[in-house]
Design a protein around this ligand. Structure first.
Ligand SMILES: [Zn+2]
Length: 360
């Protein structure tokens, strides 16, 4: 007589138990402290091997037939699947003054910025393309329109009657600095499409002309480019100047080693305003909007009370009060820097012309 049924697991029963275990833990996810990804990967491969063997076992003792297909996969902690809807931004010239090659070059640079640089710090999935005809805006595309002028009470950020975001950027003839503004609007629109996102962080104040942490906390409007918007802090992508932007660490309580506060590293600590920039918040004691404006780098920063919010969104309100002011005293790019960028782009065009001949 053998052992009573149920006392001892047969191979088949054991296989089922193993299978269930594997099914329950079908994904091996590395916790942050698991530095050794190779070790996890090896474990996942081994488990996958067992799972597959069990799935293909031809064993009549398994009740209900063969187990279904199984697989164990290893997800690296730094590239876990994130489900995000992709946003399409379209750069379009309504003035008819910008040459198509420049439009395409800026759209390509912005596309690199939003696919390569921005997702390192913000959960954004987006692309930027050049729309050749401002009279046709494809469905689902948020346009960034180049325009000749903007009314005095309007900023770059706009919303349709259905509250969908879009942007307007002023083009000055003969200047290509609009690319920085287009980058600014694109980034802010992608990080906060409605312009209402508030982030709580330590209060700030101006003491003896310098900005420092104050008492209590403010609700800061998440405007990713405002604190570092001045031209000296831009960086270039394929010879096109684009805007620096803050990272979420900007709202940290204190400085921590290795933390980045803006993409280029120009912002060195939380809540630091660079000359030429500004920052806006809701004051919890009055429920009104305030900002520190440092538009003229040769003057100390200024505290402004903007009062109660009117209009569609906080960013619309802020820009209506700030946009033109921030441009009046804006520090211009140095002529040498401008010449250097122009020469760089010229070299790219020349190389592209030579390269095209290889394909004829
Ligand atoms: Zn802004």
């Amino acid at each position: 007589m053998g052992e009573p049924a149920g006392r001892r697991q047969s191979h088949a029963e054991y296989a089922i138990v193993r299978q269930r275990r594997i099914e329950r833990r079908g994904e091996l996810v590395g916790a942050q402290r698991w530095r050794n990804s190779d070790c996890l990967l090896a474990t996942a491969v081994a488990l996958n091997c067992i799972a597959r063997r069990l799935s293909t076992r031809d064993d009549a003792e398994i009740p209900g037939g063969n187990p279904p297909d199984m697989a164990v996969r290893f997800i690296r902690p730094d590239v876990q699947e994130a489900i995000m809807l992709a946003t399409k931004v379209g750069l379009v010239d309504t003035t008819g003054t910008v040459d198509t090659q420049m439009m395409a070059a800026v759209a390509a640079a912005l596309n690199v910025q939003v696919t390569r640089d921005l997702p390192k710090y913000w959960p954004v999935s987006a692309s930027v393309s050049y729309l050749t005809d401002h009279k046709t805006i494809p469905q689902g595309v948020w346009p960034v329109q180049l325009v000749k002028t903007l009314p005095p009470d309007e900023g770059g950020f706009h919303m349709t009657r259905h509250n969908q975001p879009y942007a307007k950027v002023i083009v000055t003839p003969g200047s290509d600095e609009w690319a920085v503004d287009a980058s600014h609007e694109t980034i802010e629109m992608l990080i906060d499409p409605n312009g209402n996102r508030l982030q709580t962080s330590n209060a700030i104040e101006i003491v003896d002309g310098k900005i420092q942490d104050g008492t209590g906390r403010f609700e800061y409007l998440v405007e990713a480019c405002d604190p570092c918007e001045a031209d000296p802090y831009t960086y270039t992508i394929d010879g096109i100047a684009v805007s620096d932007f803050i990272t979420p660490h900007f709202y940290d309580p204190d400085v921590t080693p290795d933390a980045r506060y803006s993409f280029t590293g120009a912002v060195k600590k939380p809540r630091q305003l660079l000359p030429g920039g500004y920052i806006s918040w809701v004051d919890p004691t009055t429920n009104e909007l305030q900002q520190i404006l440092w538009v003229d780098p040769n003057q100390p920063p200024v505290l402004r009370n903007l009062g109660s919010v009117t209009g569609g969104s906080l960013r619309l309100f802020i820009e209506s009060k700030t946009y033109h002011k921030s441009r009046e005293n804006r520090e211009q790019m140095k002529p040498e820097a401008r010449a250097k960028r122009a020469a760089y782009r010229q070299a790219l065009v020349a190389a592209a012309e030579v390269r095209a001949r290889h394909y004829s």
